[in-house]
Write a protein that binds this ligand. Structure first.
Ligand SMILES: Nc1ncnc2c1ncn2[C@@H]1O[C@H](COP(=O)(O)OP(=O)(O)O)[C@@H](O)[C@H]1O
Ligand SMILES: [Mg+2]
Length: 338
């Protein structure tokens, strides 16, 4: 699903970040005797994210979202396939180029408590990396920048916060600091992995709004990982949604199009689970009876389309042939029936 332009022997990708047949296998131990088995957390995933795009990656727990996010950031190595940053394979970059990529690709993790050192003041969480990446000329400029960042993420007045320890902050405030730290090095790409799932509903909206605004103002490309389609829709209102199921991306397209007219049966099922104000739409959505509500285990590979064991529309081909992502109108769908 990519278009290449080759100029002077260099591949020019139209995407900022791109996955090509990206696969990650993990070895796990199973059962009483701890026998070794392999699972495919990410299974030949191909897709691209354009510069400035805000995209939400959605799927049930265990379907491989975090693994895909970590692969895109270069935090773990793929078993096979490629990750391209501006058209270049990140695992073939020189050391210096790889460091530059890592600065440009930041993570906002789920749990801010793990991300911040409790023995260090916020100044120490922000200033050293601004200096290390030469974003500021000296210490006083870096401190000024740190204050601006705190203000930007809504910790105001920042002078009241910069010399505090994380233990004196609420969960929501800590998540703001983590966001400030991620944007402090002026990255082009940010993966926010379930960054709001530990927060209560009203805070969640505030933080999503803030990330959305930062994305637009700083022109940062954002991938928000979430198990909650409602959160995905809210964050990526002007962007895209990618739906993941057992290691595959099964549908990807513009958010409102996906919400209004989901094409993949799995997307339909996910949508049926979120409340909608319009009763007519709600009735149509409810009429998708899954054959099973349980997510199958990755330990037993499923032939053909991995969703066939739960899909009410599955035909014989679905058990045998794995559907590839195909362009349908303006969107990509992996289903034999669309
Ligand atoms: N480091 C690891 N070692 C072994 N298995 C892993 C590891 N990381 C993830 N997994 C497995 O890979 C699958 C996908 O996990 P993950 O990417 O965390 O899913 P999600 O973020 O969608 O919940 C799960 O079955 C998980 O147990
Ligand atoms: Mg996860």
């Amino acid at each position: 699903m990519w278009k290449d332009r080759v100029i002077g022997g260099e591949i020019i990708s139209e995407y900022l970040m791109e996955a090509r047949k990206l696969t990650k296998e993990f070895e796990v131990s199973v059962g009483m005797f701890k026998s070794r088995a392999k699972i495919r957390a990410v299974d030949e995933v191909s897709f691209g994210i354009k510069e400035g795009e805000q995209i939400a990656l959605v799927g049930e727990s265990g379907c491989g979202k975090s693994t895909l996010g970590r692969l895109l950031l270069g935090l773990i190595k793929p078993s096979s396939g490629q990750i391209l940053y501006k058209g270049r394979n990140i695992w073939r970059l020189s050391r210096k180029e790889f460091e530059e990529f890592r600065r440009n690709a930041q993570i906002i993790p789920q749990n801010p408590y793990d991300a911040l050192n409790p023995t260090k003041k916020l100044s120490a969480a922000l200033i050293p990396q601004i200096l290390r990446h030469k974003i500021a000329k000296g210490r006083s400029e870096a401190r000024k920048m740190a204050l601006d960042l705190l203000e930007m993420v809504g910790l105001s007045p920042p002078e009241d916060f910069i010399d505090r320890y994380p233990s004196r902050l609420s969960g929501g405030q800590m998540q703001r600091v983590v966001i400030a730290r991620a944007i402090s090095v002026k990255p082009q790409f940010i993966v926010a992995d379930e960054a709001v799932s530990m927060l209560d509903a009203s805070l969640r909206v505030e933080i999503l709004d803030m990330m959305h605004k930062i994305g637009e103002e700083l022109k940062t490309t954002f991938l928000l990982i979430t198990h909650d389609l409602g959160v995905a829709r809210y964050f990526a209102k002007n962007g895209k949604i990618a739906i993941m199921y057992l290691g595959d991306i099964v549908e990807i397209g513009e958010t409102e199009e996906i919400i209004r007219n989901p094409l993949h049966p799995y997307t339909k099922a996910l949508l049926a689970a979120i409340p909608v104000p319009d009763p007519k739409i709600a009735r149509e959505r409810k009429s998708i009876p899954l054959k099973s509500i349980d997510v199958p285990s990755l330990l037993k590979p499923i032939s053909g389309c991995k969703f066939h064991t739960r899909c009410p529309y599955a035909i014989e081909d679905c058990e045998k042939i794995k559907p590839e992502l195909r362009l349908v109108g303006n969107r990509w769908v992996a289903c034999h029936l669309t």
